[in-house]
Design a protein around this ligand. Structure first.
Ligand code: MYA
Length: 434
């Protein structure tokens, strides 16, 4: 990837924010930002030979408010959906990856571990665990046929991957059946050969075969056309390690011991009734979350099955906590984060950065700031090095005060075959993709 911004959810170097109790937002005039704005504007002018042919918002239409919101193309009769897979270059073949198989899951894990998303400086690479991949790829109603691999015919080695999972996404007051597309990965040695467009067309075909015509996805690269562009923020939990591995830097006029003190957290959560979510909480959490998410322009339409899958704690995958009122036993607040480590590339002392990613949080009685401070406390106790959050939903209200610093990359959100008239503010987005 040569032409991109920082990739999705990538680990980010945090320029100097360790020096500040209230880190400043990135300085607009910094060289880094000037370069980024230049790259972005180039990207807007750039031809996208593949994306120009797809039913997505096109750059030329940005600002044209006469275009209607909603599907860009109508569904075609299922009998007209191409029945055979797209052609691959002759040395390669399609494979459907059975994530129940330990062997296949290992192959997928290794492909991603060695070839998936890196930060701009190639210091860190996502290292999704096998349990995480199984969780991410097998939600209620999932289709095995949407877990698509490419193998080299001769060696049978897995060299590329793309996935979809079904989701109901609400856009304003329409609930739309969509595919969430993720884990697009082409082996480093096979890059820039236009394999990605074939993989995207193939997943699209298989989604169409299930009579689904829309999709949601995120990427670190600018493509036609983001519905919104978010920023990652990072809260140091283990500042010494983060500095040692080059994730963050010691700020000017800061010593290591002052930095450690700055990020110190209490030993236990402070909110009375704060506890881990259990199976019996699924109905109450579903009600709380549905009510909360209804205020955003785009959000998932979770039912109890979805909540059980996506939010019930799973060891080393997803953690969820809630506040049960000690008096009424009502469930009043909820917070969650998922576990996504990154490999640290080329460091003598450390090989893994343990990162927690803020997922869905709901506050009705406990102030969000206090709830998220409790989330930081439990994440620290679980030995995470850093807690990451996007500036979506109401997250902006706690980021600076809880000593998160802005990351150096952006995450763009996209819809396929669904037009939104104007880009959303990040606070209007109620969707977190993995
Ligand atoms: S985002 C994570 C993406 N993965 C990585 O960043 C891992 C490391 N990188 C790689 O493995 C490769 O660089 C990839 C591109 C595979 C990304 N999303 O084959 P190429 C366009 C969409 O020569 P390569 C995630 O998983 C690019 O603009 N398109 O390039 C969500 C160009 O098109 P155009 C992308 O570098 C994925 C073309 O591909 C991305 O060898 C959502 C070049 O192809 C990207 N991240 O491989 C996918 N990167 O000429 C879309 C590059 O037009 C889903 N490209 O500019 C759409 C909905 C589908 C379902 C619809 C159902 C209805």
């Amino acid at each position: 990837m040569t032409d991109n911004n920082s990739p999705p959810g990538s680990p980010k170097v945090n320029p100097d924010h360790t020096s500040e109790a209230n880190p400043l937002p990135t300085d607009d005039s910094s060289l880094e930002n000037i370069v980024r704005r230049f790259q972005d504007s180039m990207s807007l002018g750039k031809r996208h030979k593949f994306w120009e042919t797809q039913p997505v918002g096109q750059f030329k239409d940005v600002g044209d408010t006469s275009l209607p919101e909603g599907p860009i193309e109508l569904p075609t009769p299922l009998s007209e959906v191409k029945q055979e897979p797209y052609n691959l270059p002759s040395q390669y073949e399609w494979t459907t990856c059975d994530m129940d198989s330990e062997e296949t899951c290992n192959e997928v894990y290794n492909l991603l571990k060695n070839n998936y998303v890196e930060d701009d400086e190639n210091m860190f690479r996502f290292n999704y665990s096998k349990e995480f991949l199984r969780w991410a790829l097998r939600p209620p109603g999932y289709y095995k046929s949407w877990h698509i691999g490419v193998r080299a015919k001769a060696s049978k080695k897995l060299v590329a991957f793309i996935t979809g999972v079904p989701a109901r996404i609400r856009v304003r007051d329409e609930v739309v059946k969509m595919a969430e597309i993720n884990f697009l990965c082409v082996h480093k040695k096979l890059r820039t050969k236009r394999l990605a467009p074939v993989m995207i067309k193939e997943v699209t075909r298989r989604v169409h075969l299930e009579n689904i015509w829309q999709a949601a996805y995120t990427a670190g690269v600018v493509l036609p056309t983001p519905i919104t562009t978010c920023q990652y923020w990072h809260r140091s939990l283990n500042p010494k390690k983060l500095i040692d591995v080059g994730f963050s830097r010691l700020g000017p006029r800061m010593t290591m011991s002052r930095t450690i003190k700055l990020y110190k957290l209490p030993d236990q959560p402070v909110t009375p009734g704060f506890r881990k979510m259990e199976l019996r909480d699924v109905p109450a959490v579903t009600r709380l979350l549905r009510q909360y998410l209804s205020q955003f322009v785009v959000s998932p339409d979770f039912d109890e099955n979805d909540v059980e899958h996506w939010l019930l704690p799973t060891e080393d995958v997803v953690d969820s906590y809630l506040v049960e009122s000690p008096k009424t036993h009502d469930i009043t607040d909820f917070c969650s984060f998922y576990t996504l480590p990154s490999s640290i590339l080329g460091n003598q002392n450390y090989s893994i950065l343990k990162a927690a990613y803020s997922y869905y949080n709901v506050s009705t009685k406990t102030p969000l700031l206090q709830l998220m401070n409790d989330a930081l406390i439990v994440a620290k106790k679980k030995d995470f090095d850093v807690f990451n959050a996007l500036d979506v939903m109401h997250n902006e209200s706690f980021l600076k005060e809880l000593k998160f610093g802005p990351g150096d990359g952006q995450l763009h959100y996209y819809l396929y075959n669904y037009r939104i008239r104007n880009a959303l503010r990040t606070s209007e987005l109620g969707l977190v993709l993995l």
